[in-house]
Design a protein around this ligand. Structure first.
Ligand code: NIG
Ligand code: FE
Length: 408
């Protein structure tokens, strides 16, 4: 076999194997190869195995220095494009104010929408780049970024344009999602907005290829499941995949809707109970949990352990955003999922790689197997578990995307 590059000196290569957003035990298996090597050809993994088993020819060899390697992390849920800040909310919450009450009184997400409206797409992209860089330094090689801080068709299209501009300024693979976040306060405007989203925004975003999926925030302070159903239908008619913010504070039908529509993922799930867990487990929809929110808002963690035990495929994301999760590390999200959601280290690795890729509809990232993208992180130490053990320090020494070192 001929390769462009051979990475040797890998103390442990830890990766989930097997493609696809499947539920069940097979998706939780992590293979750890000791004294491993990876061969790369044309930006893809050509071969992985024990270094002593390599018999091919590589144009270049790089020694990882007896360090552990994991697949590039996939962050399946961020709101990395925003303007302004939510420091006043944070301070108010620290002394007793509540996230939902701040939102209901016109602050929170609504204040970020006002600040974001005042910025151009170029300014928004410039603001997003250092956030995406931080995620990359933590080991992320694929990052989903949502719109959603717009209240008009034009504002949402501007946000998607900002996501694309930012994508052109970083090496990470960026996956843009159209998010319909919160409704106008006035009931008439609310109905009109749903119509405009269905008739103008979704078809335009799909026609211009600005997003691959659409997301709706189903919550008491946001959209009802019935309103979301209308918007998901329109998205599916336009060929977009769908996903939902569901059961963050109240289980009001978001999970059931997502499962019924064949959503790629239902995200949050802090308020999900036994019925929602069973519904997700019986489906191919990924359960994306966001422990940064539980930490930052002090709300109950999503039932990660119960979801996995019931047979659901769980992914973990940062939910990087100014209001509910200022978490700039994909690795730390996994570390928190172990502490807060009861995931085992191997389950957290699966959740932050292959399952997260499935939550984005991507089949060729999140695993180190022949035919997958050669996206990986070389860790500081020799044991891959440090990825999910370490808190508050960066454990990704090098980050590689498509067989090219982009950090380190
Ligand atoms: O995923 N809950 C809805 N949306 C975001 C929060 C956005 C914000 O607070 O600015 C979330 O938690
Ligand atoms: Fe979110």
């Amino acid at each position: 076999m001929k390769a462009d590059l051979l990475i040797t000196g890998i103390s442990q290569l830890a990766t989930a194997t097997g493609a696809g957003p499947k539920r069940g035990a097979e998706m939780r298996a992590v293979t750890v190869i000791e004294h491993a090597a990876i061969a790369v050809a044309s930006g893809e993994v050509a071969w992985v195995g024990k270094a002593s088993d390599w018999t091919g020819d590589a144009a270049e060899t790089v020694d990882a220095g007896d360090r552990a390697v994991v697949p590039g992390l996939v962050d399946p849920h961020t709101h990395a494009v925003w303007a302004g800040d939510r420091l006043a909310d944070f301070e108010a919450r620290a002394t007793g104010a509540n996230y939902e009450a701040i939102l209901a009184s016109g602050g929170g997400i609504r204040s970020t929408i006002r600040d974001t409206a005042a910025a151009s797409a170029e300014e928004l992209a410039q603001l997003a780049v250092p956030r995406l860089e931080a995620l990359m330094r933590s080991g992320a090689t694929t990052v989903e970024v949502k719109s959603g801080y717009g209240f008009t068709v034009a504002a949402e299209l501007k946000m998607l344009q900002a996501v694309w501009l930012a994508a052109g300024m970083v090496e990470a693979r960026i996956v843009p999602t159209l998010l319909i976040h919160i409704p106008p306060v006035n009931a008439v405007e609310r109905t009109e907005y749903v119509a405009r989203v269905c008739e103008e925004l979704i078809p335009e975003a799909a026609r211009r290829g600005l997003a691959t999926a659409m997301d709706v925030f189903v919550e008491r302070e946001a959209w009802s499941a019935a309103e979301a159903a209308q918007m998901l239908d329109a998205a599916q008619r336009s060929g977009l995949a769908v996903k939902l913010h569901a059961d963050q504070f109240h289980a009001i039908g978001g999970v059931e809707l997502g499962v019924r529509k064949g959503a790629l993922s239902v995200d949050h799930l802090e308020a999900s109970g036994p019925e929602q867990i069973v519904a997700i487990a019986a489906s191919r929809t990924i359960a994306t949990i966001l422990p940064g929110v539980s930490l930052h808002l002090g709300t109950p963690p999503a039932p990660g352990r119960k979801l996995i035990d019931a047979g659901a495929a769980v992914a973990v994301g940062t939910d990087l955003n100014p209001g509910s999760s200022p978490l700039f590390s994909a690795a730390e999200a996994l570390a928190l999922a172990v502490r807060l959601n009861g995931l085992a280290p191997q389950e957290a690795l699966v959740a932050g790689t292959v399952n997260a890729a499935c939550a984005l509809g991507l089949a060729n990232v999140g695993r180190l197997e022949p035919g997958c993208a050669a996206d990986f992180a070389v860790l500081e130490g020799g044991d891959w578990r440090e990825l999910v053990y370490t808190l508050g320090a960066n454990v990704a020494r090098e980050v590689w995307i498509a067989g090219r070192k982009v950090r380190g």
